[in-house]
Ligand binder design. Structure first.
Ligand code: HEC
Length: 138
């Protein structure tokens, strides 16, 4: 092992000295290239939105950071929003087009501006998972 490392360094140094005076001597020594191969899995995390973050950005103001509602909107854990009563289709429609006041007394829900289709799917998955995890309020 020690011998191998020495060889790499020697080769790199040798290359440098043999090309001394050449402008290409600014090239990085070969030994450095061995460190470069960390997998770049963070790239995927940057493009796929996180449902919890989408919720906090677009919904929490009215439906509450903990999903339990505010004075501007109802709890997403109300039994009214269980999937058989408000399916994912109703979610998509409410997010894109808003909805008139009909179940509560908070006023209308306006269309959510600036949210992408992918963010809509992610936020619905997040809310469904939270409904399962926390259970519905009676
Ligand atoms: C400006 C406040 C506001 C924001 C922001 C908001 N909502 Fe609402 N939302 C409401 C109100 C108020 C209602 C209740 C309307 C009623 O039934 O009386 C509602 C109702 C809903 C409904 C039920 C729709 C139906 O068909 O009865 C869903 C689903 C919903 N919101 C999801 C969301 C999601 C998901 C977000 C974020 C992407 C969001 N809302 C953002 C105020 C808001």
């Amino acid at each position: 092992m020690a011998i191998f490392v020495t060889c790499v360094i020697t080769a790199a140094c040798g290359a440098d000295t043999s090309e001394a005076g050449d402008t290409s001597a600014t090239e990085p020594p070969r030994a450095q290239t061995a460190e470069v191969t960390a997998p770049t899995s963070t790239a995927a995390a940057l493009v796929i939105p996180d449902g919890a973050e989408v919720y906090q950005q677009y919904c929490a103001e009215c439906h509450g950071a903990d999903l339990r509602g505010t004075d501007k909107g109802p709890s997403q854990l109300s039994i009214v929003y269980e999937p058989n009563h408000h399916g994912d289709f109703a979610y998509r429609a409410a997010i894109r087009d808003g909805t008139r006041e009909h179940h509560w007394w908070f006023g209308d829900m306006p269309p959510v501006e600036g949210i992408s289709d992918l963010e809509i799917e992610k936020v619905i998955s997040f809310i469904r998972a939270e409904q399962q995890r926390l259970g519905f309020e009676e």
